[in-house]
Design a protein around this ligand. Structure first.
Ligand code: HEM
Ligand code: HEM
Length: 216
């Protein structure tokens, strides 16, 4: 049997863009560098949407169908453990939650305003109440995302050092001595294609969005 990577090149690339991109979003968001904030956000939004799409059309271990389990499955794992080539049931839950929170952060940002000089590109698509809701959600969702990222890092540290599983090396190289896949990855061109379609859709939404009305 040929050993293939558990995490293919696109999923690893997208993953390692998250700490870098979200770190930049934090810095730019807190220091009011909104122009840079929006450009990094468009890249992150494209990447997270692409990763979610790869959950349906990507390589075997990236597909949600092959790792998402029921709540009962998560409880059974917490009680009994077990060996998994891809995400274990707890990792699956954390993966889904993190991806959806990053998506929600990006989408709410598109409709937010900062009350000083920056308006999200889609802010004037709906009424003022929606802007308030989106801006508030952008703020609250960020607190939830920070909590989930901290839990993600704590969980990885636990497996890495207490359980002596080379999680980080596997996410970096794609596979490790005792963790490889029997499924060949799909061609990375598929991820590039999906990413390009997502980027074009986002760009069209931004350029077609309504301008701020004159009374603002
Ligand atoms: C903003 C920071 C981060 C976010 C949002 C994040 C998010 C994620 C997501 C969504 C996955 C699932 C990947 C997939 O299925 O494609 C994942 C997996 C993983 N992450 Fe992160 N991550 C972050 C930072 C880090 C850092 C700093 C490390 C290591 C030092 C790390 C180590 C890992 C590992 C080892 C996995 C694979 C887990 C497994 O084998 O089940 N992550 N992360
Ligand atoms: C994709 C991931 C994103 C992350 C992680 C993120 C993160 C942040 C953070 C940390 C803040 C500061 C929050 C605070 O002071 O409490 C912020 C504020 C803000 N972000 Fe984002 N953001 C993202 C996407 C976007 C997008 C796509 C836009 C629009 C292009 C946007 C527009 C804004 C605006 C207008 C504010 C100021 C809101 C206020 O003053 O309350 N963000 N963001």
């Amino acid at each position: 049997m040929t050993a293939h990577p558990v995490w293919d090149v696109p999923s690893r690339f997208i993953h390692w863009c998250f700490p870098v991109g979200i770190g930049l979003m934090w810095w730019t968001g807190e220091t009011g560098r909104m122009e840079l904030h929006s450009y990094v956000a468009y890249v992150l939004l494209t990447l997270v949407t692409t990763r979610i799409a790869l959950g349906f059309v990507g390589s075997y271990h990236s597909r949600f169908h092959n790792f998402v389990v029921s709540p009962a499955g998560v409880v059974a794992y917490l009680r009994g453990g077990g060996q998994f080539v891809g995400h274990n049931p707890l990792g699956a839950l954390s993966t889904l939650t993190l991806l959806l929170l990053i998506l929600a952060q990006g989408i709410s940002g598109l409709f937010s305003i900062d009350d000083v000089s920056f308006d999200g590109p889609l802010a004037y698509t709906f009424d003022g109440q929606f802007i308030d809701l989106a801006t508030e959600w952008h703020d609250t969702n960020w607190s939830i995302l920070q909590l989930l990222i901290s839990m993600h890092l704590a969980a990885i540290a636990w497996y890495q050092w207490r359980k002596r599983q080379p999680m980080v090396q596997t996410m970096w190289r794609g596979q490790s001595a005792d963790r490889a896949s029997e499924h060949a990855p799909v061609h990375p061109g598929r991820a590039v294609g999906v990413g390009a379609v997502v980027a074009v859709c986002l760009w069209l939404a931004i350029i077609w969005a309504p301008e701020a009305p004159s009374y603002y």
